[in-house]
Design a protein around this ligand. Structure first.
Ligand code: KG4
Ligand code: ZN
Length: 351
């Protein structure tokens, strides 16, 4: 292992969070977050019930410079004390990605710092190293507003996709259910709060993909089932909303657990790991903040010898620290990016 000490500024702008962070990799390999600032654009997108790409890009332009300055101030550092700059270069909304990527390149050029273009998904995939000092191999469930996938993380740079959604992302389904019930945006935390007061057994909702041999997900039918259930009982009361949220959340959690259970089996088979050997399961993405889902996955893990690790929620949702950490990790492998590195709307980790 390298005993290099590296301080990296990481920028993130692939969706609706403008984020910057400074992370220090110590000589012993441990990570220290020196500053971590996120400007969330919730207010901009709330009236539309979802992220509007053009508005997101404009807000990134407005805030990225400000946030970078704040980050340096919080870490009490100046540019000359940095060793590296990294920025998300995809996948994501292209207009936003361009803002962070160009800012990172400009800082690299102006201050003569090496630059690493980071895959946003790799940022999520390596977060456990940042938060818990955990190295691959592990199983990763990435559940956010844009992604729903199970990855087998064999090593840094060696990722296998075990399953992904064939339609909506799970966070998107939470947001759509909240929207159709007239709750707030983003919908996940509202649905979770409503579900706490509801009866999950009153409405019978489907468990799409449950029992399938692969590890794929589907949430669009579940969302439509919620729509039909709500339509059938108009006018809808607060208690109805509580019960619908509870039923939806229980179904979503069941589906996740069923697909992850399948992935656990495939992971052991592929890596030739005995049933009684403890493995690690990491969850990342905004939906990982949902306590009911985490509880369900924890129970599943206990029954199948997988230890569940949930990084703190500010590192589960989009942030600059995970981009800085992924940048450091790639840099230590000898990877730096040219200033011609392009923004990418699509960039699967496993190709
Ligand atoms: O990772 P994230 O911040 O952004 C990206 O999508 O990349 O995830 C945002 C998603 C939203 O769909 C939001 O509704 C969902 O995460 N979310 C939750 C909860 N908190 C956030 N979903 C369910 N329960 C929550 N407590
Ligand atoms: Zn993300």
């Amino acid at each position: 292992m390298s005993d290099k000490e590296i301080i990296c500024l990481g920028l993130e702008s692939s969706c609706d969070d403008t984020a910057a962070a400074i992370v220090k990799r110590n000589a012993d390999g441990s990570a220290e977050i020196l500053a971590n600032i996120i400007h969330t654009q919730t207010d901009v997108h709330a009236p539309f019930g979802g992220v509007v790409p053009e508005l997101a890009a404009r807000a990134h332009i407005e805030y990225m410079d400000v946030i970078v300055e704040q980050t340096l101030k919080q870490a009490n550092l100046n540019y000359s004390q940095l060793d590296l700059v990294s920025a998300t270069s995809g996948p994501g909304l292209l207009g936003g990605v361009i803002v962070g990527l160009m800012s990172g390149k400009a800082i690299s050029l102006a201050h003569d710092l090496p630059f690493v273009a980071v895959n946003h998904l790799e940022g999520h995939a390596l977060t456990a190293g940042l938060s818990d000092g955990l190295s691959p191999p592990y199983l990763l469930l990435l559940i956010s507003g844009g992604h729903t996938q199970i990855l087998q993380v064999n090593a840094v740079g060696d990722y296998q996709l075990l399953g992904s959604t064939i339609d909506d992302a799970i966070g998107e389904a939470f947001d759509k259910v909240a929207k159709l019930l007239g709750l707030g945006y983003p919908g996940g935390p509202f649905v979770e709060a409503y579900a706490k007061q509801g009866d999950p057994t009153r409405f019978k909702l489907p468990r799409p993909m449950k029992g399938r041999k692969n590890c794929d997900f589907s949430f669009s039918g579940l969302k439509t089932a919620v729509l039909h259930a709500a339509k059938a009982i108009q006018p809808i009361s607060e208690q109805d909303k509580y019960d619908i949220c509870a039923a939806f959340q229980a179904s979503a959690a069941d589906c996740l657990a069923d697909r992850v259970k399948r992935a656990m089996l495939l992971y052991r088979e592929d890596r030739n790991i005995a049933e009684n050997e403890i493995c690690n399961l990491i969850i990342a993405g905004g939906v990982a903040a949902n306590k009911a889902i985490a509880k369900k996955l924890d129970e599943l893990g206990k029954n199948h010898n997988f230890k569940l690790i949930v990084p703190p929620s500010n590192l589960c949702t989009d942030n600059g620290a995970m981009i800085a950490w992924a940048g450091i990790t790639q840099f230590l492998k000898g990877n730096v990016s040219p200033l011609t590195a392009p923004p990418k709307a699509r960039w699967p980790l496993y190709e």
